[in-house]
Design a protein around this ligand. Structure first.
Ligand SMILES: Nc1ncnc2c1ncn2[C@@H]1O[C@H](COP(=O)(O)OP(=O)(O)OP(=O)(O)O)[C@@H](O)[C@H]1O
Length: 578
């Protein structure tokens, strides 16, 4: 049990001191509350000695007043410290998780379910936030108070004090059995919770598919099953808890009754005075009050422990930055040297070598699933290669600190992600200190300004999560504005014009041209025009570079490229004819 406290305080990091301060105020509060004994002692002594006077009553009242006021003040200070420590600790951990995720290899996200990561940052942290404040504070207070009250009673009669103390030890022993059970079941409860988050996320994200395919029944069934599983896990935990909690209460009550009986027996034997006997009887009702109310909280200690496990699991994930340092490349030449790469066991890139000189345009073409996007991801070190090396300016990308590597790239993907924030902040994402004028200039160059100004709040318009409230073409152009503002020397572009209507295509093309002027460009190309004018074309098939050259060179050869060009021409003709 004490390991759980030790671990919790270690986990609380910078807030450890504030937690300790809170505990110190709790201790002081218990001392103030113990003053009730003194008041009680004065009143009982006067009553037994039949010399109760107004002055005695006032003195007892004064001590009681000091006890109540002192305890209330300490209670306020303790809650203040504990509350601050708790919320700051959880806030800092959430930020830490977000920061940590930035430096995880993308493979980690593949291996972990979205629910597990979401749960770690949301429900697990909420559990910690709501439980630790109550559990840590109440259980520690319960033990401190019982110890102080037992010691206070020992000053009057060591035997009764000892009975109270042994009662507490027995309570803690039952508690350790209870914690064992809770420790066995807590991870299962967290796993069920993660599955539930997973199922809810999937249900919401797949809502359009659910509706389009009338899959409501099947989707609901999956959700209902996970809800049932979570219920079962929680019930299981409750069922195990209740008998132990009852036993704990029985231990405390029986000990109190024993202390009363022993006091009366000692009095009847003439070993204890009437005054002490009365004191002990009253104490029996006070000594365990806080421990009794904290009883159910002990059970949650392993839940806190399991939650800490879940959060620390994220800390144990590998970091991509390892070994890297801040580097400024002398040139922006890019080279792949005999690179192999697999997603898990599935080899996707197979012995690929090529170079991209600074300031040139390289088009990557190839069939769907051939590995084009994967190649661009390796340049920006979203993944680490299994064999060979990827270099920027002659330095292996692994030797760059992640931030100093990413500074060199602007990226525009087919699947654009926009944050649930204002349009202005979404554009500023790559350059947070940009001025409004710079944002507007980038938006104008990326052909976004007009549609932004037509929105109700202009640049302050909030976009829904993922950019749900604007069209696909608008999303694309906003992501180009974002890349323009970043103004990095290398532009990686998943040219997305293939699926865009002609009106949007012209706008998008103009935006892309503004973005790419004078830069080193790597583009997954779908348009004939861009492919034709590229300085070099890499044709990828099954993870290998099967053709390599300029348009004029490749068009002469039989193969994927010539077929690709023919298909594109046919598509354009089809469009014109249609
Ligand atoms: N994160 C991932 N985890 C596991 N497999 C992946 C992942 N991303 C892509 N793949 C697989 O790797 C292969 C290459 O994918 P990639 O996206 O690089 O192809 P592509 O040539 O860009 O395809 P497209 O033109 O259809 O976008 C595909 O078979 C794909 O299923």
């Amino acid at each position: 049990m004490f390991d759980a406290y030790k671990r919790f305080f270690r986990f609380s990091g910078a807030e450890k001191g504030t937690w300790y301060k809170g505990m110190a105020f709790e201790l002081l509060r218990s001392i103030f509350e113990a003053l009730q004994f003194v008041a009680l002692l004065i009143v009982l002594r006067a009553l037994v000695g039949q010399n109760m006077t107004g002055a005695t009553a006032w003195m007892a009242l004064g001590i009681m007043a000091v006890s109540v006021a002192g305890a209330a003040f300490c209670w306020y200070l303790a809650h203040n410290s504990e509350g601050h420590a708790n919320y700051r600790m959880c806030g800092e951990k959430r930020i830490h998780i977000g920061e940590r995720m930035k430096y995880m290899p993308m493979g980690y996200f593949n291996a972990q379910s979205l629910g597990s990561l979401t749960a770690a940052a949301t429900s697990t942290m909420s559990d910690l936030e709501s439980m630790s404040f109550a559990v840590i504070a109440r259980t520690v207070v319960g033990m401190i108070r019982t110890t102080i009250f037992s010691l206070a009673t020992m000053c009057f009669d060591w035997r009764i004090g000892l009975v109270f103390f042994v009662g507490m030890l027995l309570f803690l022993w039952v508690n350790s059995r209870l914690l064992k059970k809770s420790r066995e079941l807590s991870p299962g409860r967290l796993t069920a919770q993660t599955k539930l988050v997973d199922a809810v996320l999937e249900y919401i994200q797949g809502m359009s598919v659910v509706r389009a395919f009338h899959g409501d029944k099947a989707a609901k069934q999956i959700l209902n099953n996970t809800i049932k599983e979570t219920e079962n896990q929680n019930f299981k935990l409750e069922r195990k808890r209740i008998p132990y909690n009852v036993l704990e209460q029985v231990v405390l009550r029986v000990t109190s009754v024993l202390a009363i009986l022993l006091s009366i027996w000692l009095f009847l034997q003439g070993i204890m005075s009437l005054f002490t006997c009365l004191m002990m009887v009253v104490s029996a009702f006070l000594v365990y009050s806080e421990l009794e109310s904290a009883g159910e909280m002990f059970f949650m200690l392993p839940m806190i422990d399991a939650s800490i496990d879940r959060v620390e699991e994220i800390d144990r994930a590998p970091r991509m930055d390892e070994g890297g340092s801040v580097q400024v490349p002398k040139s922006h030449d890019i080279s792949f040297d005999h690179v192999d790469f697999s997603y898990g066991n599935r080899k996707i890139i197979d012995n690929v070598s090529f170079t991209i000189p600074e300031g040139t345009t390289t088009a990557i073409v190839g069939p769907s699933g051939s590995g084009k996007t994967t190649l661009t991801s390796l340049v920006a070190r979203f993944w680490d290669v299994n064999k060979g090396s990827v270099k920027l300016g002659g330095i292996d990308v692994k030797d760059y600190a992640l931030d100093s590597l990413m500074r060199n790239f602007s990226m525009v993907f087919q699947r654009v992600y926009l944050f649930n924030d204002s349009i202005e902040n979404n554009i500023k994402f790559g350059k947070p200190d940009a001025t409004h004028e710079e944002v507007v200039a980038a938006a104008k160059a990326a052909r976004c300004h007009d549609f932004i100004m037509a929105l109700p709040d202009g640049y302050d318009t909030m976009i829904g999560e993922g950019g749900a409230t604007i069209s696909g073409g608008e999303r694309q152009r906003l992501s180009i504005a974002r890349a323009m503002l970043k103004d990095a020397p290398i532009v990686i572009l998943d040219e997305a014009t293939a699926n865009v209507d002609p009106e949007n295509e012209a706008e998008l093309q103009a935006a892309i041209e503004a973005l790419t002027g004078g830069k080193t460009i790597i583009m997954i190309a779908h348009r004939l025009k861009t492919v034709r004018h590229a300085n070099q074309i890499l044709v990828v098939d099954h993870g290998r570079i099967v053709q390599h050259g300029t348009h004029d060179q490749l068009i002469q050869q039989k193969g994927i490229y010539a077929d690709f060009i023919l298909n594109r021409k046919a598509a354009i003709d089809w469009k014109i004819n249609a």
